[in-house]
Each structure stands twice: as structure tokens, then as C-alpha cells.
Design a protein around this ligand. Structure first.
Ligand code: HEM
Length: 462
């Protein structure tokens, strides 16, 4: 039985060492057109494509896209198999590598097993209650100011929350003030993120990839100098300072270049995901004024609503857990529009699933979006209903039927940060404004969902 080792170099292209059409002949599915395979069909409407493949071929199917074969494994059981990965059969490094390795090498999702465990443990220090309390202070300050600046009237929510999330990251992630330095960092970062999904993968002059590679160089230089400085002078309580001084179990510090790569990766992992999920929550609440009102009342009963200075009061770190309905509504938004709709892995060993033998080296993927809309897991799956997340309903459901943050060893490290930012945002928005939908958005579903028109809403002062 062929086996690839977890520490083998990441293939520079995902067909390297991958099974051929002959090796996969026993698995149902299709290769699509010559050269492009099913890439164009998938890009046009990825959700309709998955539905069609499942209808025709079942829950294990092969598909050729982006230059290679891939096997889709669909359902809550498949999610558990890949994410929990009891037998250490699946490499995240070699699953995400072809997509992310050029610009975000050695991030946590690009590591496997022992090395991953050691680094994740060291970095977890940045998400303990002490630092989280500190970030909550900086989020309350930054969000209050920006929501006030947004003011009444029509706006495009998506670009506004994107900018706000970047500005917040400068403060709570990097510990620098808003201003020209933060702007430079933000520009370099945006260039990198855009390049990670650019069609031209070589940094040729004037391409997005070249801008991304230049952006990466700028950020690597900045974070390297800052890691040395913060180690020598002591840093603040921001996330980067926590990373810079994070220690392994034996008390040793992480190599500086690894700190830098983790920081770059973390900013990427946090940014578009929070932006996408906050946008889908606002969209759904604008469409469901009854739920908007329920959440407004909950927020006001927890924070006290508008204070003596006429501004919404801060949401205290210790009160986050009291916003139960808001948390359920956010979970529902993450169910309906998961920011990471599908997740890749690479099989390191041959394995069996759904009656099929899948060879070592196969690129495999699960689909959160599909499972989040299956009738066998959700009653009325296409309706917005935060009551899907009552404790009884959650208990009765397959544990891997809701996986917006993944699961197992690679489960999102920043999920509590995401909940916190969205709760603080709502604690500032809801007591001030009624949110109305101006135009139903057309969602671009992939790679991270976003409304093509920016989500046109109107804020009406209360
Ligand atoms: C709603 C917002 C977010 C969503 C939906 C989300 C989703 C995910 C998912 C699905 C994974 C696992 C991918 C896999 O198993 O291959 C992941 C991993 C990760 N996320 Fe998030 N994320 C969010 C916000 C954040 C934030 C705010 C941060 C940092 C502050 C963050 C940091 C990370 C990191 C470091 C990993 C890699 C963990 C590992 O490999 O051990 N994420 N995220």
C-alpha cells in the first residue's frame, strides 16, 4: 500500500504523486472537458455543481478541476472522518498547500501532526482569557467609533466592515495605532490575500501575484524587525506580542521566521472570514426584523443600551456569554453562509469510505455548505431560524453537521475572537439603528462568500 509521509515536501502542483484516472476508475464521477476539467462549471456555481454531482454519482464522487483529480466526500460522517481524523490519515498541509503555500507558507493549517500540535499549543497563549479581555477593550473602542462615523442612511455594509476589521486588526492583532503605518500594512496584506486566489500563479511583472509577493516581503520584514524588538523591549498585550514571546513546552522561544509566518497566516485566516460572516448576519437580520428586534432587546438588557453620553454602552468581556440569542443567530448565519464552504485534505494512506477504496495521495474535500443545508440534519434548511441552535436541537444533531469552524486538531483557533467581534459590533449597532435591506444581494459563493453589490442596507436611527 503506497504511503506519503506527512513531512514529505508539499507538491508544488497537486497532480504530483497523485493517483491517475486509472487508479480512480472504480470511483463514480467525471473529468469534464479536456484541459479545464470541471473548473469553469464549478466556478460558475459551486453549490449547484456539488448538488448535481451528489444527485448523479452519490456521496463519494471524483471530479477533475484546477488541473487535477479530487474526490468529494459528502455528509456529516465524511466531515467527521476528515476533520477528526482519528487515524491521522489526512494531511492539511498537502490539502491547503497548493492554494496557500506560496503566500502563506507554514501557517498552522499548513502543518501536520506533531509539529502542528507543538506550534498550536504555543500560539494558543494569545487566546487565553487575559489577552482576550484586552482585545475586547480595543474592539469596543474601535467599533464604537466607526459605527458612530457610519451614521444614518444608506451604506454598503461589506466594504465598510472589511475596512473596519482591518483597522481593528492593526490595534488588537499588531498593537499599532491607526494611521499611515497601519495603512501600509493593510495594503500589503490585501495584496497578499488577493494574490492567494489569483489565476496567474507566477509573480510576473504587473500581475496580482507580483503585488502579493511584494506585499509578503514588506510584511515579513516588518514582522521580523518587530519580533526582535518586542522580545528585547517587551511587547504589549496585542496578539502579535503574544506570538513573539510564545514558548514551546520546553520553555524555548519559537524561531523568529516561524513567528512571522504564523502572524501572516493568522491575519489571513481572520480577515475575510469575519468580514463574510458579519455581512451575512446583517443581511439576515435586515430580512428578519422580528429577530432583529429580539436581539436588540437582548443586547439592551445585557449592556444597558444607550448610556448617559447618548452612545451605546460597551459590551463587557464577562457579559459575552449572556448574549445567547445573538450567538444562536450568528451560528445560523454561519450555517447558511459558511465563510469556508469546503475544506481540502490529502490522503496520506489508502482508506475506505462509503464502500469505496480511496488510494493514498488522493486530494479529497468535504463540503460544509452542502451539509449545512441537508434535510436530514436540519428542518427547513433554507429558512433563517436561530432556533436551530437551541441546546436540545444541538444535542440531537450529528456533531459534524455544523462545521463552519472545522473540527478536530485544526479547528479554528480564532473562533472565540470571531464571536467576540460580532457580538461587540451588534452591541454598538442595534441600540442605535434599525437595519433595513435596500437591495437583495447577489452572493459570490467562492472562495469566501461576499455580496457582489457590497450589501446595500440603510441604517435608521432609533
Ligand atoms: C467567522 C469567522 C471564522 C471562520 C468561519 C473560520 C473558519 C475556520 C476554519 C473552517 C478553519 C479550519 C480549516 C481546516 O480544518 O482546514 C479555521 C482555522 C483557523 N482559523 Fe479560523 N475562522 C474564522 C475566524 C478566525 C479568526 C478571527 C482567527 C484569528 C484571530 C482565525 C484563525 C484561524 C487559525 C490560526 C486557523 C488554523 C488552525 C489550525 O490549523 O490549527 N480564524 N478557521
Amino acid at each position: 500500500m503506497a504511503t506519503l509521509a506527512a513531512h514529505d515536501p508539499i507538491p508544488t502542483h497537486w497532480t504530483e504523486g497523485a493517483p491517475s484516472a486509472v487508479d480512480l476508475a472504480h470511483i463514480p464521477g467525471e473529468g469534464g472537458w479536456p484541459l479545464v476539467g470541471n473548473t469553469l462549471k464549478m466556478l460558475k456555481d459551486p453549490h449547484a455543481f456539488t448538488r448535481r454531482m451528489v444527485e448523479i454519482y452519490g456521496r463519494v464522487y471524483k471530479n477533475k478541476a484546477f488541473g487535477g483529480w479530487n474526490v468529494g466526500l459528502i455528509g456529516a460522517d465524511a466531515n467527521e472522518l476528515l476533520l477528526f481524523d482519528r487515524n491521522k490519515n489526512f494531511s492539511s498541509e498537502q490539502g491547503w498547500g497548493p492554494i496557500l503555500d506560496q503566500l502563506f507558507p507554514r501557517g498552522l493549517m499548513l502543518m501536520d501532526f506533531d509539529h502542528h500540535r507543538a506550534d498550536r499549543r504555543a500560539l494558543s497563549i494569545a487566546f487565553k482569557p487575559g489577552p482576550m479581555r484586552h482585545y475586547s477593550g480595543s474592539l469596543n473602542r474601535g467599533i464604537a467609533q466607526k459605527v458612530e462615523d457610519w451614521g444614518e442612511g444608506p451604506m454598503q455594509f461589506y466594504p465598510a466592515i472589511k475596512t473596519l476589521t482591518l483597522d481593528l486588526a492593526a490595534d488588537s492583532f499588531i498593537g499599532i495605532e491607526w494611521g499611515p503605518e497601519a495603512d501600509k500594512i493593510n495594503t500589503a496584506f490585501i495584496d497578499m490575500v488577493q494574490a492567494s486566489v489569483a489565476p496567474v500563479r507566477k509573480p510576473l511583472p504587473f500581475t496580482q501575484m507580483k503585488r502579493g509577493v511584494d506585499g509578503r516581503k514588506f510584511l515579513v520584514d516588518f514582522f521580523t524587525a518587530e519580533t526582535h524588538r518586542r522580545r528585547a523591549e517587551g511587547g504589549g498585550q496585542d496578539m502579535f506580542s503574544q506570538f513573539a514571546t510564545a514558548e514551546y513546552e520546553d520553555g524555548s522561544l519559537m524561531p523568529v521566521d516561524e513567528v512571522v509566518d504564523h502572524m501572516n497566516f493568522l491575519m489571513m485566516a481572520a480577515h475575510d472570514t469575519i468580514t463574510s460572516s458579519a455581512t451575512s448576519l446583517i443581511w439576515l437580520l435586515a430580512k428578519h426584523p422580528d429577530w432583529q428586534e429580539k436581539l436588540r432587546q437582548e443586547v439592551e438588557s445585557v449592556t444597558g443600551g444607550i448610556g448617559a453620553d447618548g452612545r451605546p454602552r460597551d459590551l463587557d468581556y464577562d457579559d459575552m456569554g449572556k448574549l445567547e440569542l445573538l450567538e444562536m443567530a450568528f451560528k445560523e448565519a454561519l450555517r447558511m453562509v459558511p465563510p469556508v464552504p469546503s475544506t481540502p485534505r490529502r490522503a496520506l494512506r489508502e482508506f475506505e469510505f462509503g464502500g469505496y477504496r480511496i488510494p493514498a495521495g488522493t486530494h479529497v474535500g468535504i463540503n460544509a455548505y452542502f451539509v449545512h443545508h441537508e434535510e436530514e440534519n436540519w428542518d427547513n434548511p433554507h429558512a433563517f431560524d436561530p432556533m436551530h441552535f437551541t441546546p436540545e436541537k444541538v444535542k440531537a444533531r450529528h456533531k459534524y453537521a455544523w462545521v463552519p469552524f472545522g473540527g478536530g486538531a485544526h479547528m479554528c483557533l480564532g473562533l472565540h475572537f470571531a464571536y467576540m467581534q460580532v457580538k461587540i459590533l451588534m452591541a454598538q449597532l442595534l441600540p442605535r439603528y434599525r437595519i433595513e435591506l435596500v437591495q437583495e444581494p447577489d452572493w459570490q459563493p467562492w472562495p469566501i462568500p461576499k455580496p457582489r453589490d457590497g450589501l446595500r442596507i440603510s441604517l435608521k436611527a432609533i
